[in-house]
Design a protein around this ligand. Structure first.
Ligand code: HEM
Length: 403
């Protein structure tokens, strides 16, 4: 059979997942994109879209034919003028940069952060429970990633709101039609990091290892590459984990039986975190580009094409996950999700994000009987990440239940 071209696999404009009207609930569009074919083409944006688990995994794993070096976000490196050292590079550059810090993200090393993270998480959860009705975002899921990343990197930002706004701008900047304000904010973040941020770092920390020694291998290049490497880790860990943790509370508010199951058996918590990542994945998509014509599942993708891999759509693919729309904390294969990507660019910070989310759910599970939505859950209108601007929730405790 002859390979199909864009004319054969084009989808109508209303299936554009970047349309604002799809941001709150993108899953119906994802389902239609998956149903239409393993690879589809969006003519208005000249984008090749993969939404099935099989093709998303294939694109992420084939880093030779689907490269990151032209940019792994909607906006190409050539347009933004910004190359993120990890995600916007291919081997051998990517390998050199990743090896410079890889040891610092081993699970055993990250495990050392647990007591510190537990302490701040429990303090925040205690304060939230005392409040009763909280906005989960401002009370928990914005401050906690900031505190964890301070511990990981040694960087103390001016305050949580400022780092939240900087990290949010990164997510807007790399998407379509970005307001220039976001670019300016990211520049401001790096300027602050290069001056005040570095000066305030303690004697032994990841930040100093990167800046003063060029990482574990000493192979990080000049000051600018070091600053960008450190800055990438710093900013990548804020909004992403905020999203995971808020999506978790939201899911448990919608499905109280799942929360009952977690409270009855806290050993389910790590798997529950994986199920949240699968069921409501933080990142909407990552991009790859072709450098030559590529055939994928019978579809010919031309050279120099933009390929958009929709991670949450893959994570709801019924071919890979049984009853994918069901939020099931006991799902045996939840961890097979691609919310952290796959292969050489697999999220380096995944152990940190998992630790933070497990600690939050553990602290909540011993104190909160159920979550009740206490107002409209407002999603951030961001085309890169799926998080909340506001998530008002009443934390109902066992004592409340008795009164
Ligand atoms: C729930 C939270 C998080 C999610 C869902 C997430 C997701 C991802 C994904 C999907 C990628 C792959 C990008 C690609 O293939 O192009 C990635 C890469 C990366 N993440 Fe995360 N991330 C999270 C938390 C973190 C944290 C806490 C950090 C830092 C402490 C971090 C640092 C990075 C870095 C540096 C990369 C680039 C790795 C590489 O290209 O080799 N992430 N992340």
């Amino acid at each position: 059979m002859a390979a199909m071209t864009h004319a054969d696999v084009s989808v109508p404009p209303d299936l554009d997942p970047f349309l604002l009207e799809h941001l709150d609930d993108p899953y119906p569009v994802y389902e239609r994109l998956r149903d239409i074919g393993p690879v589809v083409h969006l003519p208005e944006r000249n984008l090749w879209v993969v939404a099935r688990y099989e093709t998303v995994s294939a694109v992420l794993r084939d880093h030779r034919r689907f490269v990151s070096g032209l940019g792994s976000s909607y906006v190409r490196v050539a347009e933004s003028g910004l190359r993120a050292p990890f995600i916007d590079n291919d081997p051998p550059e990517h390998t050199r940069i990743r090896r410079s810090v890889q040891q610092q993200f081993r699970r055993s090393t990250i495990e050392e952060m647990r007591p510190g993270i537990r302490e701040v998480t429990e303090a925040h959860v205690d304060a939230a429970v005392a409040e009763g009705v909280i906005d989960v975002v401002t009370a928990l899921t914005q401050p906690l990633p900031d505190l964890a990343i301070r511990q990981l990197t040694g960087i103390t930002p001016p305050d949580t709101m400022t780092i939240t706004s900087w990290a949010d701008s990164v997510m807007h900047m790399v998407g379509p039609d970005a307001d220039p304000i976001h670019f300016a904010r990211v520049m401001e973040a790096f300027e602050w990091l290069g001056t005040t941020g570095l000066a305030g770092m303690p004697a032994h920390c990841l930040g100093r290892l990167i800046m003063e020694q060029g990482g574990d291998t000493g192979l990080l290049g000049d000051g600018e590459e070091r600053l960008l490497t450190l800055g990438s880790i710093w900013l990548a860990g804020i909004d992403s984990t905020n999203s995971l943790m808020a999506n978790a509370v939201h899911a448990f508010a919608l499905f109280p039986q799942a929360w009952d199951a977690v409270r009855a058996d806290p050993t389910l918590i790590p798997n529950a975190v994986e199920e949240v990542l699968r069921w409501d994945s933080p990142f909407r998509q990552f991009f790859r580009r072709t450098t030559e014509e590529v055939e994928l599942t019978g579809v010919t993708i031309p050279a120099d094409a933009d390929v958009c891999a929709i991670l949450p759509a893959a994570n709801r693919d019924p071919v890979r996950f049984a009853d994918p729309d069901v939020f099931d904390v006991t799902r045996a294969d939840a961890r097979q999700h691609v919310a952290f990507g796959a292969s050489i660019h697999l999220c380096i910070g995944a152990p940190v994000a998992r630790l933070e989310a497990v600690e939050l759910l553990s602290a909540l599970s011993t104190r909160v009987q159920r979550f009740e939505l206490a107002g409209p859950a407002v999603r951030n209108p961001n085309r890169e990440i799926r998080n909340f601007t506001s998530l008002p929730v009443r934390l109902v405790t066992d004592q409340d239940g008795r009164s």
